[in-house]
Design a protein around this ligand. Structure first.
Ligand SMILES: NC(=O)c1ccc[n+]([C@@H]2O[C@H](COP(=O)([O-])OP(=O)(O)OC[C@H]3O[C@@H](n4cnc5c(N)ncnc54)[C@H](OP(=O)(O)O)[C@@H]3O)[C@@H](O)[C@H]2O)c1
Length: 316
């Protein structure tokens, strides 16, 4: 039997990387092995991955030597950064640069870089429809990723640029689920007007990434966008109401109002939703649901995701 191709997975204990590790391990005869990268091999989530059959190794994206050690001998690498751990686009770019160099130095044959659009291509800093943030960004957590694409290209690393989508899991993890209004009726707040938001079950991102690795060289040098469904806020509210068994009103606030909510990152997310709203055609067009499903036939729709997760969505 030929030796399995090792995929080194950054963020293996998290949403994107975890989905990829599980997708690899669930396909016993797929020809790939999962090397799960974590900062703490003894943490419960890391142990869980080891129990499932992953090789669990320690590295920190802020320590390039540790990345080199863990990429060494691997066929592929899944590279993701963690904006919400530090809110710094500069740090995110430095981490992407470290991963690109480590991939180059270890001769990785296929990197998947989890990226997003540099929104400044369509909304230059001179565009006053939304505020400029942190001095030189419109949507810092998008722009830093998009700007980093070139770091992989410049290193000559064989890379697939993976455009991900809004996790429906944000309704559980990010406090974005419906909340009761003054009359007790649940309201789902999104500054998208009547435009469609591409969304995905976080676990499906890793499954799509696995589909890309399985296709070999086909998507090297290409940008691939993925989504489980494109839905308006009204459609999401309707699906939520059906799943939760109680009315859910769509609360279509403006991006200005959303930016003013005051939680950490509200301005970044307000700009992000405004970008997705104002450039619906481009944003949805870059994320074909049919193509995503071809990569990952197990892809969940929003209703299917809700059926599995409705009890985990806080509604108070
Ligand atoms: N939420 C969304 O809707 C959405 C949509 C598209 C893209 N994104 C992007 O997704 C990215 C985060 O990915 P995710 O959601 O998969 O992450 P996640 O679930 O928050 O966590 C990923 C894992 O990253 C590891 N980690 C954190 N800092 C690290 C470091 N310095 N070195 C090595 N590992 C580190 C942690 O593992 P250990 O503790 O085990 O080391 C953690 O379990 C963000 O940049 C965000 O912008 C989010």
């Amino acid at each position: 039997m030929p030796e399995k191709k090792i995929i080194a997975v950054v963020g293996a204990t998290g949403s994107q990387g975890g989905g990829l590790v599980r997708a690899i391990l669930n396909d016993k005869n797929g020809g790939f092995a999962a090397r799960a990268i974590t900062r703490d091999v003894n943490a419960p989530k890391a142990r869980e991955l080891a129990k499932l059959g992953a090789e669990v190794v320690a590295a920190d994206v802020d320590d390039e030597a540790s990345l080199q050690r863990t990429f060494s001998g691997a066929h592929g690498a899944y590279c993701v950064t963690f904006f919400w751990a530090h809110f710094s686009p500069e740090k995110e770019k430095a981490e992407a640069a470290s991963m690109a160099r480590a991939a180059k130095q270890t001769g990785i044959k296929h990197v998947i870089w989890s990226t997003l659009e540099d929104t400044r291509v369509l909304v230059p800093l001179s565009d006053t429809r939304m505020p400029t943030l942190q001095g030189k960004y419109k949507v810092p957590h998008f722009d830093a990723k998009g700007e980093s694409d070139k770091l992989f290209t410049e290193q000559g690393v064989p890379t697939t640029f993976l455009l991900t989508s809004f996790y429906w899991d944000n309704l559980i993890m990010f406090g974005m689920g419906p909340k009761p209004g003054p009359d007790g009726t649940l309201a789902f707040t999104l500054p998208m007007g009547d435009k469609k938001l591409p969304g995905i079950a976080a676990e499906d991102i890793g499954r799509c990434a696995y589909g890309i690795f399985k296709r070999g060289r086909e998507f090297i040098g290409k940008t691939v966008g993925i989504a489980g469904e494109h839905l308006t806020g009204a459609q999401m509210s309707e699906a939520l109401a059906k799943a939760l068994g109680r009315p859910v009103r769509y609360n279509a606030v403006t991006p200005e109002v959303y930016r003013g909510f005051g939680f950490p990152g509200a301005d970044d997310l307000g700009n992000m939703f405004q970008y997705k709203r104002d450039f619906e055609t481009e944003f949805c067009g870059a994320r074909s649901v049919a193509f995503s499903r071809a990569l990952n036939p197990a892809m969940l729709s929003f209703s299917a995701w809700l059926a599995q997760n409705k009890d985990r969505i806080p509604t108070t």
